[in-house]
Every structure is written in C-alpha cells, then in structure tokens.
Design a protein around this ligand. Structure first.
Ligand code: MLT
Length: 322
C-alpha cells in the first residue's frame, strides 16, 4: 500500500513539473535590477522587459534592489524560488564580484540558470562641467598628482564604475577619494550638479548628458573610438591597453525548469531582434551580442571566463576580497 502511494505521488509530481512549466507564465514576473532606478542597468532592463512582457503575455515588473555593487540584488535572485517569476539582469560586476567579496551570498558560477546575453559597450570618463582639465591628457596629468583629492563617484564596491575607477587609479599610480552611490543614475545627477568631480559611467547612461553638454567627456574605455562620440579619444590613447567593457546578461535562479528558460530565452531573442530596440541600443552607444551568442550556454561560458579574468586581475592588483 505504502509502495503504491509512493508511486502515485511520484507520478503526480512528474506530471505537475512539466505542466507548471508549460503554463508559464501565468502571473507577473519580477526582473531585479541590482542598482538604483534611472541608471544604465535599469534602462537596459526596462527596454528588454517591455518587449519580453509583450511576447510572454505577462507583465515584467522591474524591482531595483541596490547594494554591495550589485551583489545584494544578485543574492535576492539566487535565493528566490526557481519558478521563472524572479529574474536578474546583471553585468560584468557579477563576475568581478566573485573576487571582491568573500561571501556575496551565492556562488557566482553555480547559483544561476543563464537566460541569455544582452549588450556590451564601453564606459566613458566624464567630469563635472567646471573641472579645470580641458582634455584627456590634462585630466590624467592632474589625476596623477591630485588623485586622492579628486572625488570619484561609483555605484558600490565591485560595480562597473568602481572597477573602472580602480583600473584608472592603478594605471596612474594613484588612488581616489571614492564616493559610493546605489547606482550611476544618482551618481550622474551629482556629477551634473557639480557635487562630485569624476565618474566612469556606461555610455548608455552618460551619452544623453554629454550630448546636452551638462558634463565634460574625456575618453571612452574601448580600444577604438565609438561612432556616437567620434571626436572623443580612447583612454587607451594615453594609457596603452586600457580596455574595459560592460556586458549585461539575464539570469534565473538555479533549478528553473529548462522549458521556462527556453521560453525566456526566446522572448529575449525576440526583443533583441526588434529593429526599434536595436536602434535604441545603438543611440546609447552599446552593441548587442550577435544572434549566435544569445543562448543560455553562451552566457554561462562568458560568465565563467570573466570570473577567471577578474580573479587574475584582482590577484595581480593584490586586491583582498572583503
Ligand atoms: C547602474 O545601473 O547603476 C550601473 O550598472 C552601475 C555600475 O555598475 O557602475
């Protein structure tokens, strides 16, 4: 009798698993952005979230869970039920954080089911308008002597803007007076307002302010200039090899059913194939991963190789995880 009950229960579970995934989604999905509203990750999340929600027939609600350079939001998703109703959009900081935090609350490589890669692009070094330096060369010379007196905004330890500041300080043999924010949305507001001197921000956030001339741009962190800022030099023109790119991906908690991941990946791919979304990404100075690199496996491979890359960078720089 006991054996029969076991067989029936097991059969019911086996039946319920796929059918729950087949009915997916039947309620709103939360997409956690691990930084403040109004910043680059928030804009990317909202852009793809709108299109994905049309495809999936359910609302995608953005929730900003900022803190610890993105690790707080990632930890929330790692611990959420693996049912496809809590997702994460995160960037390069997810991989770098593995070497900067002793215990971010999850194992970076194994805590998530990858959904797909989204975009990649450079940072741009900007300052408040009345900073005396007129060009990149001037600015770097000034930072070499006045680094510790310069207020550099960032989005928390391990965030993209923080990694950029650390790389710059290391290349110039100096350090800065770091001013942490919950995201570069609010950090950029303070650069515009003149409360902080410098910020290394993603083009997706900084371009509109550069175009409105409310901040001063100095250089992009890609090895080549970008078409949206054709006259702006690369930081590498003064610091050979300086190369930093941000890349975003979408994740679900580990154990999310395969069928659910496939549906999410298909909705993401559809969003990235949309001509209007592509135009928005181009306008913001960021590139989409080519169609052949938008699979869950491609994101997992990218995450693992970047975790290794940042571990080597942290080791070479003598950075101790905190
Ligand atoms: C944000 O959305 O605020 C960013 O992605 C911050 C950063 O990593 O610099």
């Amino acid at each position: 009798m006991k054996k029969l009950r076991f067989i029936v229960t097991a059969a019911l579970f086996a039946w319920a698993g796929p059918s729950l995934a087949q009915n997916y989604p039947n309620k709103p999905i939360t997409l956690i952005v691990p930084f403040a509203a109004g910043g680059p990750s928030d804009s990317i999340g909202r852009l793809i979230g709108r299109s994905m929600s049309e495809t999936l027939g359910q609302q995608i609600v953005i929730e900003n869970v900022a803190g610890a350079g993105g690790a707080a939001g990632a930890a929330r998703v790692a611990k959420a039920p693996a049912d496809g109703y809590t997702l994460l959009i995160h960037h390069v900081a997810l991989s770098a954080g593995a070497s900067l935090y002793k215990n971010p609350g999850y194992d970076t490589v194994t805590a998530f089911e990858p959904v797909g890669l989204v975009n990649y692009g450079p940072f741009v070094l900007i300052s408040k308008k009345d900073l005396p330096s007129q060009n990149l060369k001037d600015l770097l010379a000034r930072l070499r002597t006045e680094g510790p007196k310069t207020n550099v905004a960032h989005a928390g330890v391990g965030s993209g803007s923080h990694l950029c500041g650390l790389m710059l300080g290391q290349a110039l043999g100096t350090s800065f007076n770091y001013v942490p924010y919950r995201g570069t949305g609010p950090a950029l507001n303070d650069v515009v307002g003149g409360q902080v001197d410098l910020l290394c921000d993603q083009t997706t956030n900084a371009l509109p302010q550069i175009q409105a001339a409310t901040v001063k741009p100095f250089g992009v962190t890609s090895l080549q200039p970008i078409p949206q800022l054709p006259n702006l030099p690369t930081v590498a023109s003064e610091i050979p090899g300086f190369d930093l790119s941000v890349w975003h991906g979408v994740y679900a908690p580990k154990g999310t059913p395969k069928e659910t991941i496939e549906r999410l990946n298909a909705a993401l791919q559809k969003a990235l194939a949309d001509a209007e979304i592509q135009r928005r990404f181009t306008d913001l100075g960021t590139l989409l991963f080519p169609a052949g690199q938008r699979s869950p496996a491609a994101l997992q491979a990218k995450l693992e190789s970047e975790v290794k890359h940042w571990a080597a960078v942290a080791k070479a720089a003598g950075v101790e995880p905190q």
